[in-house]
Design a protein around this ligand. Sequence first.
Ligand code: PLP
Length: 450
Amino acid sequence: SAAAAAAAENAPPQLPPFNYQPRPYNGPSADEVLAKRKRFLGPSILHFYQKPVNIVEGKMQYLFDESGRRYLDAFAGIVTVSCGHCHPEVLNAIIEQSKLLQHTTTIYLNHAMTDYAEALASKMPGNLKVVYFVNSGTEANELATLMARLYTGNLGMISLRNAYHGGSSGTLGLTAVSTWKYPVPEGNVHHIMNPDPYRGAFGADAQRYAKEVQDHIEYGSSGKVGGFIAETVQGVGGAIELAPGYLKLVYDIIRKVGGVCIADEVQTGFGRMGSHYWGFETQGVIPDIVTMAKGIGNGLPLGAVVTTPEIASVMAQKTQLNTFGGNPVCSAGGLAVLRVLDKEKRQAHCANVGSHLLDRLRSLMERHDIIGDVRGRGLMVGVELVTDRKEKTPAKDETLVVFEKLKDLGVLVGKGGLHGNVFRIKPPMCFTKDDADFVVDALDYALSKL
Ligand code: PLP
């Protein structure tokens, strides 16, 4: 009947079925965990939701709270759980290595690190064959910047506005969104206009954005730069894909003046963009230094910098120590991640599910004027809410309301962008078409209740 159809139309969408029973949970309640967190942890820690969710278990693309309630993790931790929460093969590699040896530093030999370095180097194009292991994306960018400066003898770095490259006092200079910036010295970093096809002054005109880099070198520097760093898609900045062709133009400019080109693949690496292993491949460039973390270890604290033998050689001026870098447990886990992503053909999967997700999200634009932009590639997707499509006025309050509503419906997405009005959908790479449909239906439902 018409009444039944209307009721069905109004019924909230249901999570796709998933055959997994979480363990009974007897730990502290969400309120108790939150109270302790407030008492013992720093006040500045980022948290989502008015009342943060108490996550006690994870399985592949799903998370479970203390009551056993299931959530679709459409943000993969923070774009970190590449293979899936507690993926059996990664888990097994971690357990087996943990039983044998949990830690040595580089002062002794251990094959877990060297086997992993070999496998990681085999995934890199060109002459990018020398690997350094670190523990996070921030550390990777610290090291990459140091390398670029040592190699060129020039401290000047260029990074893009709206970039996020880390939260340490060094990398905060590279990061360029006020939300994240503590007042520390910028350290010879110049922030250049980001080539944002949606909001940027030059639209998708890569030539004009590249000219900004050229102009900065001519008018704002000694005529030389140490390095240029960029994400291929600005992740924290709101899933902004750089204007097509931009990196090629800028890499040429930077190299002409003796600078080194760094690609921050912390979010875009390991096939998330679909059909490519690295984000920079979508722009047809090969960087001089690549930094990676997050998805590299499926949640293990692991990061890496990969560069050329020539650039790496400058580090030989001194001895380098990173106590946990190349830890055998993280190395075994990282190696398993590469194996799983290849075996499960996750790049092709990301391309396939990602294009389905993007098509469906774009069709939502016809029903909801508040969606100003849908963008992305593979499973690296952004949905930007605006109160006015022409003016592109950020719909900040509405974004918060929908964000909470999505959580209530059972889907956890990321939120970001300069104005906090972008949903970031970057799930584990095992995310299915049914999951994609659920995210879209949940968004449709939440928007229709605004
Ligand atoms: N680079 C990018 C592109 C990131 O998104 C992040 C973190 O969000 C970082 C670097 C810093 O990584 P980490 O939080 O592991 O230090």
